[in-house]
Ligand binder design. Sequence first.
Ligand SMILES: CCCCC/C=C\C/C=C\C/C=C\C/C=C\CCCC(=O)SCCNC(=O)CCNC(=O)[C@H](O)C(C)(C)COP(=O)(O)OP(=O)(O)OC[C@H]1O[C@@H](n2cnc3c(N)ncnc32)[C@H](O)[C@@H]1OP(=O)(O)O
Ligand SMILES: Cc1cc2nc3c(=O)[nH]c(=O)nc-3n(C[C@H](O)[C@H](O)[C@H](O)COP(=O)(O)OP(=O)(O)OC[C@H]3O[C@@H](n4cnc5c(N)ncnc54)[C@H](O)[C@@H]3O)c2cc1C
Length: 669
Amino acid sequence: MATGGVNADLAKERERATFDSEQLTNFLYRGPEKVRRKRYLQNLAIQDPVFKKAPLWAFLNREQQYATALKKHLHAYRRIQELGITEPVEKFYYREAAAPHENSPIGLHESMFIPTIEKQATEEQKRKWLPLCHSLKMIGTYAQTELGHGTFIRGLETTATYDPVAKEFILSTPKLTAMKYWPGNLGKTTNHCLVMAQLITKGKNHGIHMFMLQTRDMETHQPLPGIELGDIGPKFGFFDNDNGYMILKDVRIPRENMFMRYYKVLEDGTYVTPPGDRLNYLSMVLLRSAITSMIGQHLSQACIIAIRYSAVRRQTEISPGGEEAQVLDYQTQQYKLFPALATSYAMLMAGRFMYDFYLKTTAQIEKGDLGTMPQLHALSAGLKAFSTWECTAAIEVCRMSCGGHGYSHASGIPKIYVDATPGCTYEGENTVMMLQVARFLMKMYTNLQKGQELPSFVQYMTKSLDTKSCMKEEVAPKCLVMAYEHRASRLIKAAADAIQAMVMSGSSPQEAWNKNTVPLTWAALAFCHMFVVKNFFEMVEDAKMDGQTKAAFMALCKLYAVNGVITHLGEFIQDGYLNNQQVQYIQKSLLDLLAEIRPNAVALVDAFDYPDAILQSCLGRYDGQVYQALYDFAKSSPLNEKEVLDSFFDYVKPVQQELEAMNQPMARL
Ligand SMILES: CCCCC/C=C\C/C=C\C/C=C\C/C=C\CCCC(=O)SCCNC(=O)CCNC(=O)[C@H](O)C(C)(C)COP(=O)(O)OP(=O)(O)OC[C@H]1O[C@@H](n2cnc3c(N)ncnc32)[C@H](O)[C@@H]1OP(=O)(O)O
Ligand SMILES: Cc1cc2nc3c(=O)[nH]c(=O)nc-3n(C[C@H](O)[C@H](O)[C@H](O)COP(=O)(O)OP(=O)(O)OC[C@H]3O[C@@H](n4cnc5c(N)ncnc54)[C@H](O)[C@@H]3O)c2cc1C
């Protein structure tokens, strides 16, 4: 039954593209040399027999999924050291190819535990802990969230009480709600964690601080005395990770286990005031800064799968007796998939900006300049929330656009979705993050009213904005960006005015804030949306690539902006900024852009450059041989190992016999 070769429709798609997808790949990965290196590292992992031989996660139970993910990620960790790979992005390429769609049980060790030691520990602490971390003698995680509190971290209830006689902290879980609950890999994998706890010294509570806690014996891996911990059970996704719970019964740790780079408790219990507020929130900021790119990649994978499949899938004769159309030719299918594709590129660009901004700002913080921390916090919180909301919604659109096959794990999309969607919750629940952005924007608005200078990315607020759009029949990027600026400014002003009016008429600032959190999130969302649109246009304009590639890229960028206006039309027209005629221009532009992107759709997803071995999708295969792959997937289902299952004899047969007996004429008498 094997067909072989590249599916004819998909081959045609690649021939008709107006640009060379390799050019866009080079731009996405920052140059041809980096693309070569990425492919080299990915191939090394793909060819490694340890990874190659492992069974597909979809056919394993949870315990097996955990064990396989652990085995693969530990092997990858060792190989990365052997190969001398040190760049974070290169480690990422290798790991992603080594264990595609499998979340690392030592992921938080690498993404939060080690970076926190590097950034928040003293030189002495680093000397002691980092070598043990690198050799995996110490495997750690980030234990902050509790059963009762995840968002409001000032309300955490775990305590760290200093005993100046023993020169130790006593870590305690005073009540049920204070139990640590959710930290990744806390349950079974790790033997250490960073604990966030209320610091109490000399009878005074100084708020939450970070402590290093050993949870398990480093040889036997048994929990240490006074520590109860375990796995929290199966979840919506992240099956392969042991998110954990932990109860601390007066566990003593040495004074030196408090993270003391910025915060200090002296031997006699004196608390030394830190150089700035919220420096111990920096580990969260790191992950938030990385999430926008990460979620953009999740969506890009879903787009490859859905778009390649839509080019192969034929359904319904367009005219009676005629050929069935490729579903990608339906305008409605394009309206589902091309905005999703544009969103993935938009987020990859926003993620690129965000991570560079993080590196720049943290370099300043390292030098003691904390001035840009509020901007870093606002941008990382806002882009994390905006990107995870947009991308997870779009992944689900991609899944449904594959019809029934999208619902099967054979498509690969359900797993992408369940592992992406907690990004809306972890590292700061999205609504809460949007309200942090709003807090920053309100402050900027007040500063503006006082005539103060604003940071560059909110300077558009200082422009006296036109009341009418410059939009013409030829929908120009400049007018689109101005429309987004106008909408954001208007919504920021509306929220600020509403709060100010309530305060003027006697409400407290808190009351006025709490009665306006919905308009505040509208303002924050509009700000983030504008930021992403503007950044996308700027990055496309600055991109060094040939004219045809740039034109194809620009069409996507315009579609992202145009589609956003249509989706949020009410907010763009509420004050008459856009008139009926201009809205019609934008609607027409949307349809024109769908048609313009159509011939390039497959090339635009090929540019993401994901090998089949990473995608692991029967529908997203490069060769388009989806039907053979679906058949092979079905055949490999463990339910097919036996022709007749034991459950047939255990359950079906006895009930059949009982029913037969009940339905005998004699039995009814
Ligand atoms: C080596 C590279 C590795 C890179 C990694 C790469 C890839 C890995 C990526 C992903 C890994 C994949 C999977 C991992 C899977 C899961 C990991 C999940 C881990 C977690 O899930 S781990 C727990 C996270 N859990 C939270 O995320 C809690 C959210 N909750 C909060 O975060 C706070 O509770 C908040 C903000 C709601 C309120 O905090 P609050 O009550 O203290 O503050 P308040 O609202 O009163 O504001 C007072 C003043 O503080 C300012 N302020 C606040 N935060 C700031 C900050 N961060 N920086 C600077 N300023 C800040 C305000 O702006 C304001 O400023 P002002 O006064 O000037 O207005
Ligand atoms: C897969 C996964 C991995 C995780 N890994 C870790 C980890 O490694 N370490 C760790 O410490 N934690 C971890 N967490 C926990 C995670 O960080 C928290 O769940 C998250 O911060 C949200 O907090 P919460 O659960 O308390 O939500 P809640 O705050 O209880 O949210 C519930 C609802 O209340 C709303 N809400 C709450 N406060 C406000 C407010 N002030 N204003 C308006 N609305 C509000 C929210 O918008 C939401 O709709 C993980 C969670 C998941 C799902």
